[in-house]
Design a protein around this ligand. Structure first.
Ligand code: UN1
Length: 508
């Protein structure tokens, strides 16, 4: 598909407005704009007009107003909007996936996977709309009934990262909307065209449902603008995906105004391979986990713990696999790895390699940037030590630190010995090792897998992690509850006022 056809199908142009109130686009041609860069070439794809304060105010007011009636629409009917959107996503899957690969740099297979994740999430949310269950409890007082119910919050602000420029918004937005909220999306300034394309589909779905102002879009790369959004007390929930340092600021600011926050921050995910592991499963899982999305997933495998008896075999197999991986234009299906997002990411990669080498790290494969247009680097394997400062840190690049162990307990302790707690995996054929890893004394991560890598979670489970990963949960299971407020109700249908705990309060 050539660029012109792609832009036509997704209704984009080289100077698109980035502000939409969910009914229409709000052009701000004289405002500043941001350029979207194709990381495979370093060339600009076009410009997006940023949102100014006046437009922001308009969008907030419309979104607040729309919420007042949206909350009264029955949840299964709200799901019809997501159903229309899921039809449009299916129809434009190839085009949107191509745009994701073009603007973000992930392989087309992974771009298709990302849009499929949106479609899966839509199907999940449509069903969930009929299952916003509350509990009923037995009151300690006779002829009393207790129950809890769930109500929508209002505006949900979604701040998403460049690495999953569309799917992570969908995890949040689809649940938020079936729960009766309206959504304002602030995408990464590195992938604004993906957001504009999705917003076009939202506008079309809204037109079909004759509804307005449910999905809004704001675009900016200014810190003051982002701070204003995060501090805005008209937004009861902010869901933020990004780095731990920025997440710490977002979390503190939202908490300061007693808003709710969902944080999905950095990971430092490790795979343990024990002496009984099936290496036919382990090797491809490690390779995909470490270099998929060029190491730019929050679930990327960054550390590898190998039992000393199989360490050499695994390293030899990994080097052989790494040699076969073709790197280049992500839209060429023979390339399994594309570029990093920008020059800064390449600099961070080089810096991390240098620091690891200075600490005594031994490079087994890669370690250099690739000198060609675009932001390409070599996927890298380094023998390292878990306690090194650089290994303790998330570097958003395809660097895998390799460590050895003697005992499984030691491997699990090392796996946990980082500030982050997103995703962990073990490869083993030993039941006791797998059970230990999954027990309360095992992995401390939000996601713990057996004979499956650290990345590539399905939407059906709750996604998120502990410690510096921020504690948020998104997507499946009961994550929907985070987009609603819980109300506990006690109903007295007797003819006397009974106080709880048997308290007597007789004054006549
Ligand atoms: C992210 O990197 O922010 O589990 C999300 C995975 C994907 C989502 C990653 N389903 O790797």
């Amino acid at each position: 598909m050539n660029l012109q056809m792609l832009f036509k199908e997704l209704q984009l142009n080289a100077d698109s407005p980035g502000s939409s109130d969910g009914a229409t686009w709000i052009p701000t041609p004289n405002n500043s704009s941001i350029s979207s860069i194709n990381p495979a070439t370093g060339q600009a794809l076009g410009k997006i007009q940023t949102t100014n304060n006046e437009t922001y105010e308009k969008i907030i007011v419309q979104s607040q107003k729309a919420f007042l009636s949206w909350r009264e629409v029955p949840a299964p009917k709200r799901a019809l909007l997501i159903r229309e959107l899921s039809e449009l996503l299916r129809q434009h899957k190839t085009a949107l996936s191509t745009l994701v690969s073009l603007e973000m740099g992930k392989s087309l297979q992974e771009g298709l996977g990302e849009v499929q994740e949106m479609i899966d999430m839509a199907d999940f949310a449509i069903g969930q709309a009929r299952m916003l269950y509350g509990l009923s409890m037995h009151s300690e007082r006779e002829r009393h009934r207790m129950l809890e119910q769930w109500h929508p919050l209002g505006i949900v602000g979604v701040i998403s990262a460049f690495n999953f420029p569309v799917a992570v918004w969908a995890w949040n937005a689809f649940l938020a909307v079936i729960c009766g909220n309206t959504v304002i999306w602030k995408p990464s300034a590195k992938t604004p065209f993906c957001a504009v394309a999705v917003q076009q589909l939202c506008l079309e779905a809204s037109r079909r449902c004759q509804i307005q102002h449910i999905f809004s879009l704001i675009v900016s790369d200014e810190i003051a603008f982002a701070e204003n959004f995060v501090d805005d007390s008209r937004i009861p929930l902010i869901s933020f995906t990004g780095s731990t340092p920025i997440g710490r600021m977002v979390g503190t600011r939202v908490q300061n105004r007693f808003g709710k926050v969902i944080l999905e921050l950095g990971g430092n995910n490790a795979i343990i391979v024990d002496e009984t592991a099936n290496l036919k499963l382990a090797i491809p899982a490690i390779v995909f986990g470490a270099m998929g999305t060029a190491g730019q997933r929050c679930t990327t495998t960054r550390r590898l713990f190998l039992h000393k008896n199989i360490a050499q075999t695994v390293c030899d197999n990994l080097i052989a696999a790494y040699q076969q991986i073709r790197i280049g234009d992500p839209l060429d299906p023979s390339h399994l790895m594309g570029p990093l997002i920008d020059q800064n990411a390449v600099d961070q990669f080089e810096q991390a390699i240098l620091i690891a080498q200075q600490a005594g790290g031994q490079i087994l494969f890669g370690g250099k940037k690739i000198t060609q247009p675009g932001f390409y680097v070599e996927p890298t394997l380094i023998r390292a030590k878990n306690e090194w400062e650089i290994v303790q840190k998330e570097t958003f690049a395809p660097i895998l630190y390799i460590m050895e162990f003697d005992h499984i307990e030691e491997a699990i302790a090392q796996q946990n010995a980082v500030p982050q707690g997103l995703s962990a995996a073990i490869f083993t054929q030993t039941l006791a090792h797998s059970e230990l890893f999954l027990s309360a004394t095992g992995s401390d991560c939000g996601i713990a897998n057996v004979n499956i890598g650290t990345s590539g979670a399905e939407i059906g489970g709750a996604f998120g992690g502990e410690k510096e990963t921020g504690g948020g949960r998104e997507a499946g299971s009961d994550a929907w509850k985070l987009y609603m407020r819980r109300q506990t109700c006690t109903i007295n249908w007797s003819n006397q006022l009974l106080l709880a705990q048997g308290i007597q309060f007789n004054y006549s």
